[in-house]
Design a protein around this ligand. Structure first.
Ligand SMILES: *[C@@H]1O[C@H](CO)[C@@H](O)[C@H](O)[C@H]1NC(C)=O
Ligand SMILES: *[C@@H]1O[C@H](CO)[C@@H](O)[C@H](O)[C@H]1NC(C)=O
Length: 378
């Protein structure tokens, strides 16, 4: 027994590197049935990991099964549907389409089964379009290729990851229908007409996009979208557990939209708007008041500084003036000394007289002859 297990382990270790050298399988059109040329096609996708759902006993039977994917363009050739869900181009990148597909056991090469009697599985998928598919993109000709890889399927709460690398993915080549637009390319990609050029089932190996949910980048609240790619439509991996009607669960955008959504649901749109206005007022009024106070304080500080500066300069000017006057006075004194005309009293008396006149004081009597003579006499 022990040796057998050892032997088994040995063979598996020998086998696993060998499996890494598996050749890339050629694309196939086996299981593809055209319903209408260039517009509608059914794809039977083998799913080795998905058990056959028995709706009566509600258990999965271990039999290889397949999912049926119906790719059909709308009548106006604008939008490609996958089992009635718009899949290219998509309108809302934030909330990727929810896909589902019926399960089948037999092929439908001979007859098309009535799908609505079958068990419908909800799907997890990888969706990739190599060209930019922003709704506002403007190309001369837009001929994208849509890659759809079904990563998981669930029914009535039972979920299965479809990671077997012999499972294939669907490649739908889409062509624009002429006439093509010319410069200045005013029609966006969502306003033009397309057809299905080609559909193939491609080998997942070795470029396999399969990644289990826990192998993907963790979604944190400080990421706005938790996106796989920075451009529209942001997500490659669409696991049902990671998305709801508000977008990618765990992202900041989702959080805000959900809060807004629940508020609107509970109160109604107009009450929410009213509430926002009131709350906004309550929050913003103190903020504005604070800003106003702050500005005022800043302004007063500024003026005070200016006044101080002016005072300083005034003092300085006074000092300068004083110095200057001193110099002038010294010069003046020197002059007078030199010329011998030093009569200091005269101008002082004069100013005193002038001042007295201004104050309304009577002028002193003019010196008369007698006084002069008497003074001379004395
Ligand atoms: C495929 O899808 C188109 C559009 O969604 C629908 O009209 C058509 O009946 C479907 N075909 C089958 C066989 O289910
Ligand atoms: C994948 O599916 C094939 C059948 O298509 C099966 O033989 C193989 O064992 C499966 N591989 C794994 C890892 O389950």
């Amino acid at each position: 027994m022990v040796t057998v297990t050892r032997f088994l382990l040995f063979t598996t270790t020998l086998l696993s590197p060998a499996s890494a050298y598996r050749r890339h399988g050629k694309p196939t059109t086996q299981g593809i049935k055209w319903l209408e040329p260039e517009r509608s096609v059914l794809v039977r996708l083998e799913t080795p990991d998905l058990p056959l759902w028995n709706p009566q006993t509600r258990v999965g039977e271990d039999v290889p099964t397949a999912l049926i994917l119906n790719f059909t363009f709308t009548r106006d050739n604008r939008v490609l549907l996958l089992n009635d869900q718009p899949i290219l181009p998509i309108k809302n990148g934030n909330v990727p389409p929810s896909l589902s597909a019926p399960q089948t056991l037999s092929g439908f090469e001979q007859r098309t089964p009535d799908f609505y009697d079958l068990s419908w599985f909800e799907l997890d998928y990888y969706r990739g379009v190599p060209l930019s598919e922003d709704p506002n993109s403007r190309y001369n000709i837009w001929s994208p290729t849509l890659n759809i890889d079904i990563l998981g399927a669930g029914i009535e709460g039972y979920n299965t990851l479809l990671q077997n690398d012999t499972q294939r993915y669907v490649r739908v080549a889409v062509d624009e229908i002429p006439p093509y637009q010319k410069y200045p390319y005013e029609k966006t990609i969502s306003k033009r007409r397309y057809k299905i050029k080609d559909v193939t089932l491609e080998d997942r190996f070795p470029y396999q996009q399969f990644a289990a949910p826990d192998a993907l980048k963790e979604c944190r609240i400080w990421s706005w979208l938790c996106d796989d790619i920075p451009d529209f439509p942001y997500y490659h991996y669409v696991y049902r557990q990671s998305f709801d009607e508000y977008g990618k669960i765990g992202s900041l955008r989702h959080e805000l939209h959900q809060r807004w959504g629940t508020l609107c649901e509970r109160l109604g749109m107009w009450r929410v708007v009213l509430l926002l206005v009131v709350v906004g007022n309550m929050v913003l009024t103190p903020v504005f008041y604070g800003v106003y106070k702050c500005l005022r304080r800043l302004r007063s500080l500024h003026t005070r500084r200016e006044v101080r500066y002016e005072l300083l300069t005034a003092e300085e000017t006074e000092d300068l003036l004083r110095e200057y006057n001193q110099d002038r006075e010294d010069e003046f004194t020197m002059d007078r000394l030199m010329t011998g005309l030093f009569t200091r009293d005269r101008p002082t008396v004069r100013t005193e007289v002038a001042n007295d006149a201004l104050k309304g004081k009577p002028l002193p009597p003019l010196p008369t002859e007698s006084t002069e003579s008497s003074s001379r006499g004395s």
